[in-house]
Ligand binder design. Structure first.
Ligand SMILES: Nc1ncnc2c1ncn2[C@@H]1O[C@H](COP(=O)(O)OP(=O)(O)O)[C@@H](O)[C@H]1O
Ligand SMILES: [Mg+2]
Length: 492
């Protein structure tokens, strides 16, 4: 059990070693192209990629959790989360290596792209830097000042030698444990104080190649078995980390109580952004892998990515859910109406769960503002909330406008802060109660996680979230979704 898990010093050494390697970001587009009709061989390459990439990502987080300033890392809930990260890290690096395979199978799995996939159609397109990184990570480091153009040498021409821009693959055809290169100067100068100076790891290395593997190879049963076992491990890990958001939030509360602090500082806020963003990425990779391994094939889905996510339908469902929660909460027969203006046939590749999360949270905010501004007595006469969806060349933009009175300019700086809320909770409704859930299913409001987490979901695939208020009238929220889906995960 996680309670009894202790991080030995040998494990810490390993964590530090892995944390000195950069994380490798993938794009939605790459995931889609890679995961279409996966063969057992393709799934194995995905397992190989994850068995290297996940320990690196987990190690970064475990190390960071251990080094949090202001005594935050000493809080019991933060320690608990750190132990989960370390335990999952250990399980991954101890996962038994591949069984012996015949030379032909090894060759089909691991030969370099030029041999196995000379057909350029089989190469994954390059990813582009995530525009969100630029403004969300204040990286105080000379080496990263040229960000994003000199980020990883891919620039905008995307023509790296041998087309090795993809992901998923054995490290140089090796399955004999850790085979990442020399770190390209990433291991230096990490011992800096404070949150802001934690280094941004740049995915410089091109360890992966990754076009899907041919399906007309007879993959031996050992492969299937290996894939199954690895998927099972990922399921265990995913479940272990279910309560992470709530437990970290609990840790911040413990810290606030111990410091008698009313608000968290900018440094902690930025750390939470990085931490939760990284979690979205880790869970996306894990969720995708589990889905590819366990789901029946479906014409519109590649793992958890819907290749034809229908924006109208997703929003409509979120509207229904948010209005229902609102009616329950305020004991209304009919909550404020929501008008949706959206092309019925607008689809794009996306993870539907991410989009519904965002819309649901924003609508709850708007509904609450309208009800509280106009009073429950105005039932039947509430001004409608308008949701307008427009399709541009790069973006799909969703604007949610309410007449809920807006937000005072003096509060604008706080609304993106975790745990900032103007909701007054009664006894028994506080964080402690809601935190028993594995993820925030905050009934109406009150956790102060709606806006900041929604913005992270938007940014994860290269989008963004903006809020403009007219104090005294209402609020407009703009959700920008990157429809090109080539943008690489932001990896703090
Ligand atoms: N549409 C809106 N109109 C007015 N105030 C808003 C709106 N959206 C958010 N807010 C303000 O921002 C705060 C934080 O929102 P959020 O992060 O969703 O947390 P919560 O809803 O749990 O309070 C809200 O408590 C509210 O004061
Ligand atoms: Mg909210």
């Amino acid at each position: 059990m996680s309670h009894s898990f202790r991080i030995t010093s040998a494990l810490w050494d390993k964590i530090h070693h892995f944390a000195s390697f950069p994380q490798t970001g993938v794009s939605l587009q790459q995931m889609v192209l890679f995961g279409q009709n996966p063969s057992q061989g393709t799934l194995l390459k995905a397992s190989q990629f994850l068995s290297e990439e996940l320990p690196v990502r987990l190690a970064h987080r475990a190390k960071e959790l251990d080094e949090l300033p202001h005594n935050l890392s000493a809080m019991p809930s933060i320690e608990k989360v750190k132990n989960w990260y370390a335990q999952s890290f250990e399980e991954l690096i101890k996962f038994p290596p591949l069984p012996a395979l015949s030379p032909e199978i090894r060759r089909s799995l691991f030969s370099p792209p030029s041999v196995a996939n000379s057909n350029p159609e089989h190469q994954l397109p390059s990813s582009t830097p995530n525009p969100s990184l630029e403004h969300m990570l204040l990286v105080d480091d000379v080496a990263n000042q040229n960000f994003p153009t000199s980020l990883d040498g891919s620039g905008s021409n995307g023509s790296l030698a041998s087309g090795s821009m993809g992901f998923y693959g054995g490290a140089n055809g090796s399955n004999s444990g850790w085979a990442i290169g020399n770190g390209n100067g990433n291991g230096n100068g990490t011992a800096v104080e404070g949150f802001n100076k934690l280094k941004l790891r740049v995915p410089m290395e091109r360890r992966y190649f990754a076009a899907p593997l041919s399906s007309n190879i007879d993959w031996p049963p050992e492969l299937r078995d290996y894939n199954k076992r690895f998927t099972r491990l990922l399921e265990t890990i995913k479940t272990r980390h279910d309560p992470t958001v709530t437990t970290v939030a609990q840790g911040v509360l413990e810290w606030k109580q111990s410091q008698r602090a009313r608000h968290i500082g900018l440094d902690m806020q930025q750390w939470l952004d990085r931490f939760y963003l990284s979690r979205i990425g880790i869970r996306f990779l894990i969720g995708q892998h589990i889905a590819l391994n366990t789901q029946e094939s479906h014409p519109d889905y590649v793992g958890i990515i819907c290749t034809n996510a229908n924006v109208h339908d997703i929003i409509e469902e979120a509207i229904e859910n948010a209005r229902f929660v609102c009616e329950e909460h305020y004991a209304l027969f009919s909550s404020p109406p929501v008008q949706l203006i959206c092309p019925q046939n607008l689809t794009f590749p996306y993870v539907p769960g991410h989009l519904s999360h965002i819309i649901f949270e924003l609508l709850k905010n708007s509904l609450r503002a309208v009800v509280e501004r106009h009073g429950v007595g105005s039932e039947g006469n509430f001004p409608p909330i308008k949701v307008i969806v427009v399709e541009g060349k790069e973006d799909i933009t969703i604007k949610i406008s309410d007449e809920g009175g807006g937000i005072a300019r003096s509060a604008m700086g706080l609304i993106w802060t975790y745990m900032y809320t103007t909701m007054k909770l009664g006894p028994g409704e506080g964080l402690d109660e809601g935190f028993r859930d594995s993820d925030f299913k905050a009934p109406m409001a009150g956790f102060g996680y709606g806006l900041p987490l929604s913005r992270l979901y938007a940014r994860y695939f290269g989008g963004d979230l903006r809020l403009i208020s007219m104090d005294g009238f209402g609020t407009d929220v703009y959700i920008h979704l990157n429809r090109l889906s080539s943008s690489r995960e932001p990896l703090p």
